[in-house]
Design a protein around this ligand. Structure first.
Ligand code: DGL
Length: 260
């Protein structure tokens, strides 16, 4: 593996483009190979064995066909289900995962009440339970599984996105900056930043929405730097888009959300 090789990034679909956007801003000289597993999406309601099997297969393909020098698992569900298995299988490969931002949210909240929107797989994971328990003294977390929301965003179905956001905001509780209200909302699925405007309008301008693209991009830079794998200047990076679904669908999403 060399500094000139690309960085692999994958998600169940187009959600990881929210992470890729941050990666491209942080690492403009790098080349990225983005793999959208749309043919097998959504991951969130399918269970760990399915998700870990897909993650393994995607990583193998990215290594064999694209000789990636690092992997970003741009999917909270896949990270929670089995990033440790990917690391065990490839101990020399830098692998960065995405985790719902409970920790930053626990610092930001003033009311001490934080909602976490994520897939059912992520919400039910041991990783999130451990994280929540470790921060219990700082904030109370309302863990809200959002079945169907990633799929609606994937399909770019605006009406379904709005209906589901309304439903889950209602279920989570009262949002606002008053005592006992939820003043911080963690977007714990990489698809959800693409519903950010809808969510913000529903919870109100006082509520902070927290996502993970930028910290993940910074962490990726740190890991590459430590491994001596940052692409040297001069040079401009690029992006290759791959999918198990429709190429047109991914290209349209990239156009919409990435300006690619
Ligand atoms: N974007 C993914 C995540 O961050 C998964 C969404 C899904 O396929 O259910 O969890």
């Amino acid at each position: 593996m060399s500094a000139q090789d690309p960085i692999g990034v994958f998600d169940s679909g187009v959600g990881g483009l929210s992470v890729l956007r941050a990666l491209r801003a942080e690492l403009p000289r790098e080349h990225f190979v983005y793999f959208a597993d749309t043919g097998h999406a959504p991951y969130g309601e399918k269970g760990d064995p399915f998700v870990t099997e897909r993650s393994r297969a995607i990583l193998d393909e990215l290594l064999e066909a694209h000789r990636i020098k690092a992997l970003v698992v741009a999917c909270n569900t896949a990270t929670a289900a089995g990033i440790h298995l990917l690391r065990e299988a490839h101990p020399k490969l830098p692998i960065v995962g995405v985790e719902p931002a409970l920790k930053p949210a626990s610092v930001l909240t003033l009311t001490g009440k934080v909602a976490v929107f994520a897939t059912r797989g992520t919400i039910n994971s041991q990783r999130v339970a451990t994280l929540r328990d470790s921060l219990q003294h700082l904030a109370q977390f309302v863990l809200q599984p959002c079945d169907g929301l990633a799929a609606a965003i994937e399909a770019h179905d605006r009406e379904a996105v709005r209906d589901l956001c309304e439903k889950y905001v209602r279920e989570a509780g009262t949002f606002g900056s008053g005592e006992g209200e939820i003043d911080t909302l963690v977007l714990g699925c990489t698809h959800y930043p693409f519903a950010r405007d809808v969510l913000q309008s529903l919870v109100g301008a006082d509520v902070r929405l927290v996502e993970t693209g930028e910290p993940v991009a910074r962490q990726t830079r740190r890991m590459l730097d430590a491994a001596g794998l940052l692409r040297p200047a001069p040079g401009r990076g690029g992006c290759t888009l791959l999918t198990t679904g429709s190429d047109d669908h991914l290209a349209a999403a990239a156009q919409r959300w990435l300006d690619a």
